[in-house]
Design a binder for this molecule. Structure first.
Ligand code: NI
Length: 191
């Protein structure tokens, strides 16, 4: 396993539709998932999609520990791997919430998303998984699935004034003052 470099917004690879994984459970997929989890954790992220490390496959990982410094108020979410994920909104409830992305360091934007979703996909071994998620958990899954279609969260911002550098948004009182600056991106790694 290795910490890989995370591509930043502007890199064309982040704008492509990723391909379905054809052979879930094989060794290459396991290695990819291992790298993704390690990269996510090293960067203090709550989710990562394979295209963010330059791999054009439909694989996402996510999980929130209760002490995550980038999202101190976020409820814990179990560490999850989803291969070829599909999501559908449940109900009509759409809520705006501040989002960040490891590919857009130092920034946050207010993004409306459905509050409740159903998701399904495969785990790293090719076993089917499905479930429901709401709130922050649902938001992460939607954000990561967007990456698989070349969509970044700024594309979904409705009010452009609600997008900017964390420090400025904090100074303006728009995001919580206790939100710490983003940790620097790990300098090591390949990809
Ligand atoms: Ni992201």
């Amino acid at each position: 396993m290795a910490v890989r470099a995370v591509l930043r917004m502007g890199h064309p690879q982040l704008r492509r539709r990723a391909n379905e994984v054809e052979r879930p459970g094989d060794e290459a997929l396991n290695a990819l998932v291992g790298d993704m989890l390690e990269t996510m954790e090293a960067a203090g992220g709550v989710g990562l999609a394979a295209p963010q490390i330059g791999v054009p496959l439909r694989v996402i990982v996510f999980g929130v520990q209760s002490d995550n410094p980038r999202y101190p108020d976020a409820p814990p979410v179990p560490r999850t791997v989803l291969v070829n994920p599909e999501i559908t909104a449940r109900g009509r409830d759409v809520r705006p919430e501040w989002e960040g992305c490891l590919s857009i360091p130092g920034m946050r934007g207010l993004v409306p998303r459905p509050e409740r979703i159903r998701y399904r996909g495969l785990d790293a071994n090719g076993q089917e998984v499905e479930g429901e998620a709401r709130g922050f958990h649902a938001r992460i899954i939607q954000h990561e699935c967007d990456h698989l279609d070349g969509i970044l969260y700024p594309d979904r911002i409705v009010n452009p004034e609600m997008f900017g550098f964390i420090e400025e948004l904090k100074a303006a009182g728009l995001v919580a003052g206790d939100l710490p600056p983003e940790p620097a991106q790990p300098a090591t790694g390949r990809g």
